[in-house]
Design a protein around this ligand. Structure first.
Ligand SMILES: Nc1ncnc2c1ncn2[C@@H]1O[C@H](COP(=O)(O)OP(=O)(O)OP(=O)(O)O)[C@@H](O)[C@H]1O
Ligand SMILES: [Mg+2]
Length: 248
């Protein structure tokens, strides 16, 4: 099993869209996928029309009671662990743990799925907290959408600092340009300047109405139309990231 965390400290950069569409693409390619919605806002769960069970909580999650809350989606090979409102307190709960467990709690919790799933995708909230550190430690690959603007680059710098702090290898980071609008000079300039860095994958996700429509149809883009531009780009992004994630 490989764990892919979709992470950026910046909000609204396309993390959830990426988590949902990469999970769906992986499942259509025969991988058994568990998408974990780690964001208390529950956007990934919303896209799959799944509500959390009231009885779920961050406490149960940290006690390893996860399996009973996993739900099947409408799609083969794709299961979801819905977010719960109490996940907003995950940081406080992690902070109460002692020693190495503070940073490694999520890694050991998710390890129980190693035989059951090929891919674990974590849709992360936009924070820089102990939860983010846990996510860095749990992930084999960290996938970070970057809108080609200066503020998104700041978030990427913060991520690199966190990688250093938790001792994660830079090779595990996959940044890509998200919500790209080529008619904007700033987007073109930032891409020209930064795409050469090895942390950037070559696939870009353009700003596309099809992605916005996920909120209306509540489906991954590939389920709405297999041959849409958005579906093709997420499919490419998946192939690029997966081929590198399986090397190590
Ligand atoms: N490539 C895209 N083209 C057009 N709209 C997009 C694209 N990617 C995401 N969006 C839209 O932008 C908004 C934010 O996207 P998304 O929820 O995926 O970001 P996020 O990083 O998960 O946000 P948050 O930090 O709040 O969790 C959503 O309305 C989504 O539909
Ligand atoms: Mg999100």
């Amino acid at each position: 099993m490989k764990t892919l965390a979709i992470y950026s400290s910046k909000g609204g950069v396309g993390k959830t869209a990426t988590a949902v569409n990469l999970s769906y693409t992986a499942s259509t390619r025969g991988k058994k996928v568990l998408l974990c919605d780690m964001d208390a806002q529950g956007a990934a769960s919303y896209y799959f029309r799944i509500r959390p069970r009231k009885k779920f909580s961050s406490k149960k999650l940290l006690n390893g009671r996860i399996g009973e809350f996993i739900r099947a989606t409408d799609f083969d090979n794709l299961d979801l662990l819905p977010a719960h409102f109490s996940f907003r307190n995950l940081d406080l709960a992690l902070d109460k743990l002692e020693g190495a467990r503070r940073r490694q709690a999520l890694r050991s919790l998710f390890s129980i799925f190693a035989e059951e799933y090929d891919v674990l995708v974590l849709d992360c909230p936009p924070n820089i907290t102990l939860l983010s550190e846990n996510i860095m430690v749990a992930a084999d690959s960290v996938v970070s959408p970057v809108i080609p603007t200066t503020l998104s680059l700041v978030a990427l710098e913060q991520l690199l600092k966190m990688f250093k702090k938790v001792g994660a290898e830079k090779g595990r980071l996959h940044a890509f340009f998200s919500m790209v609008e080529p008619r904007k000079i700033m987007h073109r300039d930032v891409i020209d300047k930064y795409s050469k860095y090895p942390i950037f994958r070559s696939t870009q996700i353009p700003y596309l109405a099809e992605v916005e429509k996920m909120g209306i149809y509540r489906q991954p883009v590939g389920a709405m139309s297999k041959s849409s531009r958005a579906a093709m780009q997420y499919s490419r992004l998946w192939a690029e990231i997966w081929s590198r994630s399986t090397v190590t």
